[in-house]
Write a protein that binds this ligand. Structure first.
Ligand code: GAR
Length: 188
């Protein structure tokens, strides 16, 4: 079976790009049926469009409240009948009803449970940790919580800035995320 992957992304989309590239390889076991965002016009969606993948946006500002946004996002996801929802830099917490309705996997740039949230790399630097890394995990209704599927450690070097550390973390993150998605597709 070829798993139907739906990727959600809020930002630059380098992680989405890695998923698009991997899924285009024969034998990957999954294909990207759509990409969605909470930020209309995000560079991530342009990457999906360039790959010929349908995109959609569900912006919080277009809905009267958070519950309405949650419902609209869940409806949009359901319309594509995804086997796996891939969170590739999607920077919002999803409603409990949404994370239980769909199989979801997320990647996060720290060794969870340390440094959840939107500023994991800056937070790790501020705490002076000597090792940080990346975590790939199933998604529950918490902030970067849910059962851990894979982790990799990345040393923090003297003189690291958020940008230099992010670059090394993301170089480790993409293959770990892709390998995990491949395994999840293979187990469907
Ligand atoms: C990735 O490093 C991902 O781990 C992180 O956002 C980045 C997205 O980069 N996600 C989180 O921090 C989730 N809490 P990208 O826009 O280049 O793909």
């Amino acid at each position: 079976m070829t798993a139907r992957l739906l990727v959600l992304a809020s930002g630059l989309g380098s992680t989405l790009q890695a998923v698009l590239d991997a899924a285009a390889e024969p034998g990957f076991g999954g294909s990207v049926v759509a990409a969605g965002t909470d930020r209309p016009g995000s560079p991530a969606m342009r990457r999906a469009e360039s790959a010929g993948v349908p995109t959609f946006a569900v912006a919080l500002a277009d809905h009267p409240d958070r519950a309405a946004w949650d419902a609209a996002l869940a409806d949009a996801l359901a319309g594509y009948r995804p086997d796996l929802v891939v969170l590739a830099g999607f920077m919002r917490v999803l409603a409990a009803g949404t994370v239980t309705r769909f199989d979801m996997v997320n990647t996060h740039p720290s060794l969870l449970p340390s440094f959840p949230g939107a500023h994991a790399i800056e937070d790790a630097l501020a705490h002076g940790v000597k090792v940080t890394g990346v975590t790939v995990h199933r998604v529950d209704a918490g902030l970067d919580s849910g059962p851990i599927l894979a982790q990799a450690a990345v040393p923090v070097l003297d003189g690291d800035t958020a940008d230099t550390l992010r670059e090394r973390i993301q170089a480790m993150e993409k293959p770990l995320f892709i390998d995990t998605i491949r395994q999840l597709c293979g187990s469907m």
